[in-house]
Ligand binder design. Structure first.
Ligand code: ADP
Ligand code: MG
Ligand code: ZN
Length: 480
């Protein structure tokens, strides 16, 4: 954006908590069931049905708040947010309003990549719990149906202060927040399926001003890339409007990927009155100190802390630490292998170059083709010189998808590194004899062809020769 304007961005994130059952009833939260099969009188809002608060949802929400440095309120309250919509049969959503269970806190995030990455911090206003609504499904050929499986699913709403200044900061903030939740195991981080949703509020103001401009809310942006693009598009639009003498209308807008522009969904100038009032069917929520202390003590390490430790204690590069903390199960796979007494950097390199491409993740779950124990065994065989580095990769390919012991596979496949000096000398001598011209060149001082000889010997021995011995032997035989 041009020097004369500054953007101001604040994000509201709705994250679905990974409980087995809904916030106020025992219906399953699982995704993808046939419509209206996970419903009961409570989540359908039938008269007389009473809500019972899900304790696991409370624990997850409190852990989320603690991990983000929020203050936990000893007493909070649920409230009814009243509005009409077909996916909301009760006519109100149970949320928290003026007495949320947590306040304050912050998100630490990175902007930029590699050596240019800068760490920033944006404050949170609050985190509160609420139930999700159902879903309207618009069918091809007309007609709409309502699926209430999602109605009553537990959410935390994480409200950020307007501390962000660029689309890149907003994307960095969202990624960092998503990682914190996924590492806590409270959310699956899936933007596409809508279990991690973001509304982005944005306004612009003359650079240097400390007054907030009129904001526009961008809704339903379901990927990190779109968040950045939608915000950039909206900032440019607001700038155009103001520079041509217009004014910004407070409204909700959507993002159209096809035209790369935002479009108006509804005006917000006359704020909707939700007629909030305390939920009469639920007592105030009390979170005593001991309960909170227990959860605080059980908090898993944040991805950021893990990354820093991988660098400072295990000697990984910042890039490797980043790659290995992209998913909690990848991080624990690496850590398990690294604690099985091998050099952490060797383990990290092998996982990055070989294993990661075979790993599939689904939300917080991940499938690995081998176990950490198998990886460590392969790397030990290599470090002991029993197999070559190339054979380690082949061995990994053989071990994939099996529970076979790599050591047993080596014996079975007759795969072992040739460290017998006589055998290696014979192979080197043959390669030199077969390539007399290159040998002459080498002896005449064109040492660049040395790599060619190493390659030929490795090829002739199908990668099984001890590379160090090959180097020494070739140097000796070629002389020069
Ligand atoms: P609502 O619930 O109607 O969306 P809030 O007052 O809770 O309204 O604000 C929601 C979000 O909007 C917060 O994340 C906040 O940081 C952001 N926000 C508020 N004012 C501005 C502004 N002028 N420009 C950009 N973001 C803003
Ligand atoms: Mg909002
Ligand atoms: Zn139910």
């Amino acid at each position: 954006m041009s020097g004369s304007w500054e953007a101001v961005i604040g994000l509201e994130v709705h994250a679905q908590l990974l409980t087995r059952t809904k916030l106020f009833c025992a219906c399953a939260t699982s995704f993808g069931a046939p419509p209206n099969t996970h419903v009961c009188p409570t989540c359908l809002g039938l008269p007389g049905a009473l809500p019972v608060l899900n304790a696991e949802a409370v624990r997850m929400a409190v852990r989320t708040a603690l991990a983000l440095g929020c203050t936990i309120q000893e007493t909070s309250r649920f409230a009814r947010k009243n509005y009409f919509y077909p996916d909301l049969p009760k006519g109100y959503q149970v949320s928290q309003y003026d007495e949320p269970f947590s306040q304050g806190g912050f998100v630490e995030f990175e902007v930029g990549e590699g050596d240019d990455a800068v760490t920033k911090r944006a404050r949170l206003t609050r985190i509160h719990m609420e139930e999700d609504a159902g879903k309207n499904l618009h069918e091809l050929g007309g007609g709409s149906v309502v699926d209430l499986n999602r109605a009553g699913t537990p959410l935390v709403e994480i409200v950020g202060e307007p501390d962000l200044r660029t689309p890149a900061e907003a994307a960095g903030y969202l990624r960092a927040l998503r990682d914190v939740l996924v590492f806590l195991g409270v959310n699956d981080g899936n933007l596409e399926e809508g279990s991690f949703r973001c509304d982005a509020n944005v306004s612009i103001r003359p650079a240097g001003s400390d007054k907030l401009g009129t904001r526009v809310e961008l809704k339903n942006i379901n990927s990190f890339r779109f968040v950045e693009k939608a915000l950039a598009g909206e900032i440019a639009r607001q700038q155009d409007v103001l520079e041509s003498g217009g004014r910004i209308v407070q409204e909700t807008r959507g993002w159209d990927e096809k035209t790369s522009s935002t479009f108006s969904l509804r005006s917000k100038e006359t704020a909707q009155d939700y007629r909030y009032f305390p939920e009469p069917d639920l007592p105030p929520l009390r979170l005593d100190e001991a309960f909170v202390a227990t959860l605080r003590a059980s908090l898993a390490e944040t991805p950021r802390a893990k990354r820093e430790r991988f660098v400072s204690e295990l000697g990984l590069s910042p890039y490797a630490a980043q790659v290995l903390t992209q998913h909690p199960r990848v991080a624990s796979f690496f850590e398990e292998a690294a604690t099985l007494n091998l050099e952490a950097v060797t383990v990290a390199n092998f996982i990055q170059s070989e294993v990661l491409r075979d790993v599939t993740t689904r939300g917080v779950e991940a499938d690995f083709p081998v176990t950490p124990v198998q990886i460590v065994e392969i790397l030990k065989l290599a470090s002991q010189g029993k197999i070559s580095g190339k054979q380690a990769k082949e061995l990994y390919a053989k071990a994939k998808g099996t529970s076979a012991s790599p050591a047993a596979l080596v014996a079975e496949l007759g795969m072992s590194q040739v460290s017998d000096p006589a055998a290696i000398e014979a192979a080197c001598a043959k390669v030199i004899a077969d390539n007399a011209k290159q040998a002459e060149q080498y002896r005449a001082g064109k040492t660049g062809v040395f790599g060619f000889f190493v390659g030929q010997v490795m090829k002739a021995t199908k990668g099984s020769a001890n590379p160090q011995l090959v180097n020494e032997t070739l140097k000796r035989l070629l002389g020069g």
